[in-house]
Design a protein around this ligand. Sequence first.
Ligand code: C2E
Length: 392
Amino acid sequence: MKNRIKLSKIAKALVNDEFVFFYQPIVSLFTGKICGAESLIRWKGPDGSIIPPDVFIPVAEETSFIAEITQQMLPKVVEDLTVLNRIDDSLCVSFNVSAKDFADDEFLDTLFASTSGKLIKRENLCIEITETAFFPSDGSTQQILREIDAQGISIILNDFSAGHTTFSTLTQLPLTAIKVALDVTQRAPLSKMDFRLFRHLVNLAHQLDLDIIAEGVEDEETHSIILATGCTHAQGYYYARPMPLPDFIRLVNKEPAWSEYPFGLEYLAQFDLVDFRRDVIRASLMICAHPEKEIRERILARLPELDSQKCLFGKWLENIRYLNLGDEDYDQLWMEHEEFHNIANSLLNKAWAGESLDEIKNIMVEFSNKSKKMMSLIQDLEIQKLERYFIP
Ligand code: C2E
């Protein structure tokens, strides 16, 4: 405690413009390429020494002084993001905010003033809030997050599962992604239970249609196992440490890739197919059993997306086709998927119209046969990929 930094020194550093950002790459596990970075503040002393944030951010957070740091740093991150987006307009940058920032009346004004008309794509700026510091269930936090979301800015829930995780609020917050706490990622390779917990978090994010970033990936083994779970993004020393903007730009221009086919996402797509089939069959049977309008409407509201391009499986298929792996079988899968949805819609319509149970059963058989065909196609594609990637 005796080495604790004084607030007056931090204030002086702010006046002298001594705070800078380092950028740590975030890798898309879908493409294997850098898709953005987290901005991490550093104190660059006049002698060139670099002081990490845990030395001064907690001190600033004890007072409202953190709000002044945020006010000064936000325009800088927007400027850096603009530079990055001139190189590649899909690159995203995340910016950490403290719980105290949300109590600052000027925070939203600063955020909107520094972004308005300056960013090529507003969604490329992500605000990172830390789960342990915020009370996501608090009404005013939710209101601020909704205002940020309404402006098109993305929101990431940081340190997920490090504190008292409030699962139920996940559906109430306008989140783009959750970031798994560093120690949860690092424990994943160490035991069966830790691995299952990690996989469960990936499934949870997937069900809620959120991206999930694994923080703290330090080695190839962790990279491989999180890739196999269907985790969408990763960050950690295995890919790169935080670095000054010019170094980050150089790295982006080199286009490094940690490529491997995203098998994990393909496994999740298989589960999506199983879930979709089960949900549609259960819903049709429940509709047959319940003529009450109110109950039927609730049944429909719980259904997955019936539009073939918006359902989870359809989104995966669209992305895989976009990767353009040259496999014609994906086009066949695409057509089968369209038909799968047509049959699902017909099944639900007939149930709603009160068709005979025999007729409903016939369509269910047709629906199941289509699902079997699709599953077999995906698994054939998987074997082709395994041969390509693992068997010389
Ligand atoms: P965070 O947002 O959870 O940032 C991740 C921290 O983990 C960073 O430490 C990063 O360097 C470190 N890290 C990344 N990959 C690995 C890895 O593979 N292994 C290990 N051992 N560590 C890894 P850093 O830069 O010291 O930042 C610490 C915390 O300071 C951040 O945690 C964030 O809460 C806070 N912070 C950083 N920049 C800002 C800022 O601009 N504003 C505010 N309010 N807080 C900030």
